[in-house]
Ligand binder design. Structure first.
Ligand SMILES: NC(=O)c1ccc[n+]([C@@H]2O[C@H](COP(=O)([O-])OP(=O)(O)OC[C@H]3O[C@@H](n4cnc5c(N)ncnc54)[C@H](O)[C@@H]3O)[C@@H](O)[C@H]2O)c1
Length: 239
């Protein structure tokens, strides 16, 4: 029970990596609020689904107020909601660029601007931003996505400094997952996925629970002296 007594918010928690995190955190004793614009794909004890589009700034404030009113505090925030709209740069539309920036980057700001200072005032907390191997290395056809995932690394380091002010005791870290089997990979051709698997030292793609375990480590007190870091969980891709 590594998260006993903790309250955790996981965005994009209705399926995929977010679901694996929400279920694992609840199993470890946390009360989890899975905020997602899509319908909950599962039911789990101590996981409450909440309908939220992270691009809606006012909605994020209402959500924050709701959680603090109902649960009394927030100890853990995982900024996991994210999307792709891939195209080569010369073919990328304004809509594709704007939507990915809005969800993956502004959406993270929309929630963290409330939850970060709340944790700082409340004696501490842990924020984990889900970046990507693409935010570290870049990727053809993902200029919009790569910009957001690299942007999250800048936000992670900035917030690690900002929310630690005045003894804030808020740790902020990022995880850069490699290619992991969820719906987000549905549009990626199998031969590309096979190629990504070959680029790892372990010769395979990741499983959602492997990203969730790393997130649990950064969420809990076992990582109490780690902040401002980017943890690659990618099977040693491109070592
Ligand atoms: N799966 C991978 O290979 C991989 C690799 C690196 C990084 N990531 C990142 O991990 C995170 C989770 O991805 P996943 O693989 O579970 O994808 P997924 O598509 O299975 O799940 C994403 C979830 O986010 C939700 N979501 C999307 N837009 C939202 C919005 N505006 N407001 C609220 N919720 C929204 C979706 O409804 C969905 O439940 C993403 O940020 C993704 O970029 C995934």
């Amino acid at each position: 029970m590594r998260l006993e007594g903790k309250v955790a918010v996981v965005t994009g928690g209705a399926r995929g990596l977010g679901q694996a995190m929400a279920e694992l955190f609840a199993k470890e004793g946390a009360k989890v609020i899975a905020a997602d614009m899509g319908a909950m794909g599962y039911e789990a004890e101590n996981v409450e689904g909440y309908s939220l589009n992270v691009t809606d700034g006012e909605g994020c404030k209402k959500f924050f107020d709701y959680v603090v009113e109902k649960y009394g505090k927030i100890d853990i925030l995982v900024n996991n909601a994210g999307i792709t709209r891939d195209a080569l740069t010369r073919k990328m539309s304004d809509e594709q660029w704007d939507l990915v920036i809005d969800v993956n980057l502004k959406g993270v700001f929309n929630l963290t601007r409330h939850i970060g200072p709340h944790m700082q005032a409340n004696g501490g907390g842990s924020i984990i931003n889900i970046s990507s191997v693409v935010g570290v290395f870049g990727n053809i056809g993902q200029a919009n996505y790569a910009a957001t995932k690299s942007g999250l690394i800048g936000l992670t380091k900035t917030w690690a400094k900002e929310f630690a002010l005045k003894g804030g005791n808020v740790r902020v870290n990022a995880i850069a997952p490699g290619y992991t089997m969820t719906d987000i990979l549905k549009t990626v051709p199998q031969e590309l996925l096979d190629g990504f698997a070959k680029q790892t030292m372990l010769g395979r793609l990741g499983q959602p629970h492997e990203i969730a375990e790393a997130t649990l480590f950064l969420a809990g007190d076992e990582s109490s002296y780690i902040t401002g870091q980017v943890l690659s969980v990618d099977g040693g891709m491109r070592l």
